[in-house]
Write a protein that binds this ligand. Structure first.
Ligand code: NDP
Length: 419
């Protein structure tokens, strides 16, 4: 028996909500709240007669802490699932603290306005001290640790696939496969084809910011930063085939560098087709990825937000996308004094996801782990006062839940390594 408040009703949230409704013996009551209430109402309509979960909806501006507090106090949930945008992480954490409720999200905080001078000053200091320049990092949310500890509340950060499942794979490898992990390569392959020359698989603003940023990886105790898309490798992915992949900065590297003892190198690679990269480079060159507002015909326009309005809605890609994703981690290290390698990954089919929940695999591979993370918290398996990333909890029940609810693991004890 539990009461959950979900904030956001976009591509990822709609999968997570539908999956929660499949586990209606745990998710007994759920309120779906977002900026556009009509989307929440439409999802409830779609779920009518398919679940015992008692569903309600609400309108909320999650940038406004007072509105959030009012909603949380009136609904009194056991858990708030933040599946809005990373911009809202801190306001929702503040509201959870004020109301005494556990919190989880799927991506770490980044500001909507990266030109805000107050935020920039802190950011530039962090770039110098840490050595990577991505707009997102864990420092903002790790700063809430003591507050959550003192309040006896749990905050679970980044419980999607990557971040999220990839960290559980690392915790699993450390628990069952290795005494010492030396290197981790996280490989995110999307072998899906939606037939458009250019579209993003999740929120375009967040996605384009991430992939147009400098790449970076962790090596021998420090960050190494490289120009965007500077390191390219080819890899033959199970059930997908050969793909080009590029080294990106990714948030879980930051936490894994702290939580996997003695790890020497952590890298993250994502596959991109040439058409995607050509479009992105061109859009960036003409300023369309900028978050700085410009005046146009007497109106203020944020270029990347205007671009988002032109691009296909990621939620509309579901019926068109064919092919599979393959996301996982390759490890090297030592077990019982012997060197070994290990690969754990999930393969997910875009069309199967569409037939089950009406979404493509990118939303599915994020929404299912969000549901499974919530399940871990609501059943008391992942409750510990403080602010934690996924690899800090026992991976076993989480991976079992993923196996059961749509993202089963595959393994190889003799994988091809990435140079
Ligand atoms: P969408 O843009 O599809 O959905 C975002 C939702 O949040 C929309 O319903 C939107 O409302 C709502 N929202 C935005 N701002 C506010 C606000 N101020 N108040 C209330 N609601 C708001 O995004 P996705 O579903 O693609 O992504 C959701 C999250 O998942 C993001 O944080 C993203 O970074 C993360 N993600 C994580 C991945 C992982 O593997 N860990 C992978 C992919 C995504 P409206 O409809 O009105 O715009």
């Amino acid at each position: 028996m539990s009461r959950v408040l979900v904030i956001g009703c976009g591509g990822v949230a709609s999968v997570a909500i539908q999956k929660c409704c499949q586990v209606d013996e745990v998710f007994t009551e759920m309120c779906i709240a977002s900026r556009t209430k009509e989307k929440c109402d439409a999802l409830v309509e779609k779920l009518k007669g398919k679940t015992k979960t008692v569903l309600t909806t609400a309108k909320v501006d999650a940038d406004d802490v007072d509105q959030l507090i009012e909603l949380i106090n009136s609904y009194k949930p056991d858990l708030v699932m933040n599946i809005a945008l990373p911009y809202q992480d801190l306001t929702i954490m503040d509201a959870c603290l004020a109301c005494g409720v556990n919190y989880m999200d799927t991506a770490n905080y980044e500001p909507e306005d990266t030109d805000d001078p107050e935020w920039r000053a802190i950011y530039e200091k962090r770039c110098k001290e840490e050595g990577f320049s991505a707009y997102f990092d864990y420092s903002w949310q790790w700063a809430y640790r003591k507050k959550f500890e003192d309040a006896g509340l749990t905050a679970l950060l980044g419980c999607g696939f990557d971040p999220g499942v990839t960290q559980a794979y690392c915790a699993y490898a450390l628990k069952h496969e290795f005494d010492q992990i030396d290197t981790i390569d996280i490989l995110d392959c999307n072998g899906g084809d939606h037939g458009y020359a250019f579209a993003t698989n999740f929120n375009p603003e967040i996605n384009l910011r991430e992939v147009s940023a400098p790449g970076s990886y962790w090596e021998n105790g420090h960050w190494v930063e490289i120009p965007p898309m500077d390191i390219k490798r080819e890899y033959n992915f199970d059930q997908v085939g050969d793909k080009d992949m590029y080294l990106l900065h990714h948030e879980e590297i930051e936490s894994l560098a702290k939580t996997i003892p003695g790890v020497k190198r952590i890298r993250f690679f994502m596959t991109f087709g040439q058409s995607y990269l050509d479009h992105m480079r061109c859009l960036e060159d003409v300023g369309m990825l900028s978050t700085t507002p410009i005046q146009y015909n007497g109106q203020e326009i944020v270029p990347i937000q205007f671009l988002k309005a032109l691009l296909p809605d990621p939620a509309s890609l579901g019926p068109r996308t064919k092919g599979k994703t393959n996301i996982g981690c390759i490890f090297t290290g030592v077990k019982d004094g012997k060197e070994k390698t290990y690969y754990i990954y999930n393969v997910c089919d875009h069309q199967e996801c569409y037939h089950e929940v009406g979404s493509q695999a990118i939303s599915y591979t994020t929404g299912v782990p969000a549901m499974c993370g919530a399940l871990m918290m609501l059943t008391g398996k992942w409750i510990r006062p403080g602010v934690y990333t996924v690899e800090e909890f026992d991976p076993d029940p989480f991976l079992d839940a993923l196996d059961r609810y749509g993202l089963p693991r595959s393994e190889s004890h003799d994988p091809k390594l990435v140079d």
